[in-house]
Design a protein around this ligand. Structure first.
Ligand code: FES
Length: 261
């Protein structure tokens, strides 16, 4: 029975570590899962060794035929078939754990953990207050963040309210109200794109004067920025607050940030 308990711990640890790695959880959870898996395995091996160790005073009585008595093996609550299946399950859990490093080959480096945005998150101001859909007047601009993610460096978004007829056709009440939202981090060298010129509907980057047309997907119209500012799809929820419909539509910041060297 003790062996079974240790094997169950080992299986739980190996699968937990696999899930932690797949979900990009903090390294502590991955390490704790691995530690539990190996502790369970070593505990199972030690318990099995103890169970198989015959007591010192055990003497086998020699008889001509018939079964050995007393049995040299201790009684166990686990049936032999269950016992074998648990060892196989532990082996399977460790096999899953061994494939975890392959996940990192298929994932864009840091993409998900960096931006902080996902579907359903409300847009908030720097005090973490949600933004209502009537917050900005036409021509207004505000820097916003994902709810509870004000401190995430790659999360800042420039929220702008355009005349409704200047917004590119897009789904949702936010677009119909004239709202557009783009990453505030310049795609050239990562400066904050902080200047908005309402007459021309352009965002300016103060570092090297790149300009982005917010009526056309923040396409760069001049300056050294190599690509548009990533857009954040937004909508209005049932309570009248602006929410994200998904993560950014492109990686945030300069392309160098994603280059693997
Ligand atoms: S950092 Fe924005 S143009 Fe260079």
């Amino acid at each position: 029975m003790r062996v079974g308990v240790f094997l169950a711990l080992s299986i739980a640890g190996a699968l937990g570590a696999s899930v932690a790695a797949a979900e990009g959880a903090a390294p502590f959870f991955f390490a704790a899962g691995i530690a539990l898996a190996f502790l369970g395995l070593s505990g199972a091996a030690a318990a099995a060794a103890l169970d198989l160790h015959a007591p010192d005073d055990l003497r086998e009585t020699r008889i001509a035929r018939g079964p050995t008595f007393p049995s040299p093996f201790p009684d166990d609550d686990l049936e032999r078939a269950t016992f074998g299946k648990m060892w196989l399950a532990a082996l399977g859990a460790f096999t899953v754990l061994g494939t975890v490093p392959l996940i990192s080959l298929a994932r864009k480096p840091g993409r998900r953990v960096l931006s902080g945005w996902r579907a359903g998150l409300r847009l908030v101001d720097e005090r973490n207050e949600p933004i209502r859909a009537d917050r900005l007047v036409v021509g207004g601009i505000e820097t916003v963040f994902p709810q509870d993610g004000v401190d995430i460096p790659e999360a800042p978004v420039v929220l702008i309210r355009l005349p409704a007829d200047r917004v590119r056709p897009a789904a949702g009440a936010a677009a119909r109200a004239g709202y557009v939202a783009f990453s505030k981090i310049c795609t050239h060298a990562g400066c904050p794109v902080a200047i908005y010129r309402a007459q021309s509907h352009e965002l300016y980057c103060p570092c090297h004067q790149s300009r982005f047309d917010v009526t056309n997907g923040a396409k760069n119209v001049s300056g050294p920025a190599p690509r548009p500012l990533p857009g954040l799809p937004i909508d209005v929820d049932a309570d009248g607050y602006l929410v994200a419909r998904a993560d950014f539509d492109a990686p945030v910041g300069p392309d160098d940030w994603y280059r693997v060297t």
